[in-house]
Design a protein around this ligand. Structure first.
Ligand code: GDP
Ligand code: GDP
Length: 457
């Protein structure tokens, strides 16, 4: 099966619906997930002692994009009763967070009592459900799905996650059952899309409430009908700013909002839509690997980034030396932070909260910069003159010229005679040279190597 892709720019601003795959252990949920997601990189969430990794990724089908979650996780438990309860819990949580449930059952085994309990739950909740009957690999078994009509969840769809058979029909059904596509709010276009990200308790809600308290709030709007994706629009110095998915931040979260897997999924959706992510960290409690990892996700997705060191009120009396050390440590621990502005704030007092917006605006502009080709080649020429690419096994490795082929985030292409022999370390040298010339502060910068004569992207 091939999953069609389309130009992300056309959908980037809108919220994506979430599809959660649920079902008993061993019915083929993760096989199906991998089949649908294909080559895309899945983001794997937490690993715990008893559960297998849960993962999610973006998928497209027939021009619709959605986030697909493999809620996975349950191992065969010793007693049926425990297993039954665990599967139910998984389904209940998924219902609380997903727009559509994809229930997978095992067509070789036939309907299992747990499938019936799960179907009961789903029917009563009235949530959109698509029922996949898996492991129907052989043509002879193509009618085995019919016994699952009794679950009362509509037409069961026969698939083989292993071979890919039937997965196109399944995806057609999934796409049909999704809520209507979210649309951008009417009216003036948005000038800056911001996502506030960070682990729990760093002050995200306070920060957002502070912004909402100080700036002119235009509207709280629901972006289409996608679950809970509520954005807030502000007017900041003549610009229209969209705070993405503030729902979970403004009303103090229900307990299940804290469930890590789903909060990460939600953050991924927000990052995908943002021009700039504000990564909030707690400067008093110290910055942890989890903070760096969240920032790195945003960076990989091509978002601009501002690091907001919040709760600064708790440590600022320790003086300028603390700030200097703090900054140095951050930038050393996460290489991408070398290029990211850091602002210290107190969401409690409001100190420098507006400053974050000013800096976010600069980052947006840096991320959108376009460097004329002549200038790219001037800088590239000087870098090549200073250090030639190390020579490969088959003689000269040459770079001929370069050009910026995309912005937001900036993407450069350099054309060479033997692209595969250019080392990452040399590309890093070029990237650092580009940074020195143009900075692109707060924005990721990408370089691709093409063989001379090949098209741009
Ligand atoms: P999960 O626990 O529901 O995520 O199930 P997995 O995806 O880990 O699959 C459980 C087992 O079923 C693995 O051994 C898979 O190879 C197998 N399996 C998954 N899909 C199919 C299928 O379409 N046909 C067959 N014959 N086996 C499958
Ligand atoms: P979230 O989980 O990231 O949304 O964090 P909250 O906004 O709920 O804040 C967590 C806790 O930190 C609350 O008790 C806040 O009052 C407190 N807090 C948030 N920002 C600040 C700050 O700038 N300074 C201090 N001292 N406390 C803060």
């Amino acid at each position: 099966m091939s999953v069609r892709t389309r130009d992300r720019r056309t959908t980037r601003g809108v919220a994506l619906p979430t599809v959660a795959i649920v079902g008993r252990p061993n019915v083929g949920k993760s096989t199906l997930f991998n089949r649908i997601v294909g080559q895309r990189i899945a983001i794997v969430a937490e690993r715990s002692g008893v559960t297998r990794d849960r993962q999610f990724a973006e998928a497209d089908w027939s021009g619709r994009s959605f986030l697909l979650a493999d809620t996975g996780g349950i191992l065969e438990s010793p007693g049926e009763r425990t297993l039954d309860r665990e599967v139910k819990e998984q389904v209940l949580t998924a219902m609380g967070h997903a727009d559509l449930i994809l229930l997978v059952v095992d067509g070789q085994e036939g309907a299992h009592p747990i499938d019936e309990h799960v179907a009961d739950l789903l029917r009563r909740a009235g949530r959109p459900v698509v029922l996949a009957v898996n492991k129907l690999d052989e043509p002879g078994r193509a009618t085995a799905q019919h016994e699952f009509h009794s679950l009362g969840l509509g037409e069961p769809i026969p698939v083989s996650a292993l071979s890919g058979k039937g997965s196109g029909d399944l995806l057609d059904r999934v796409v049909e059952a999704l809520p209507p596509e979210a649309v951008e709010a009417e009216g003036r276009p948005v000038d800056l899309r911001l996502a506030v990200i960070g682990k729990p308790n760093v002050g995200k809600s306070r920060f957002v409430n502070r912004l909402l308290g100080e700036e002119r709030v235009l509207v709280h709007e629901e972006a289409g009908t996608t679950r809970d994706a509520i954005d807030t629009y502000l007017e900041f110095e003549e610009e229209r700013v969209c705070l993405i998915d503030t729902a979970g931040l403004r009303r103090r979260s229900r307990v299940d909002d804290e469930i890590e897997f789903y909060s990460r999924l939600r953050a991924a959706g927000a990052m995908r839509r943002a021009d700039v992510c504000l990564l909030i960290v707690d400067s008093d409690a110290g910055v942890t690997n989890q903070d760096f990892r969240i920032g790195e996700e945003a960076w990989k997705q091509g978002c601009g980034l501002v690091l907001v060191a919040n709760k600064w009120d708790l440590i600022e009396d320790r003086g300028a030396a603390v700030l200097a050390r703090f900054e140095k440590e951050l930038r050393e621990r996460a290489p991408y932070l070398r290029w990211v502005p850091i602002v210290t704030t107190s969401a409690l007092s409001g100190k420098r909260v507006r400053r974050v917006l000013e800096i976010a605006r600069t980052v947006r502009d840096e991320r959108a910069r376009r460097i004329p080709t002549a200038e790219v080649n001037q800088v590239l020429g000087a870098l090549l003159a200073r250090t030639q690419p190390p020579q490969g096994g088959r003689g000269d490795v040459r770079i001929y010229y370069g050009s910026q082929v995309a912005a937001s985030p900036p993407l450069f292409v350099v054309w060479a005679n033997r692209p595969k022999e250019l080392r990452t370390s040399y590309l890093r040298y070029l990237s650092n040279g580009f940074r020195r010339a143009w900075s692109f502060e707060g924005s990721p910068l990408r370089i691709r190597v093409r063989k001379r004569g090949e098209a741009q992207s």
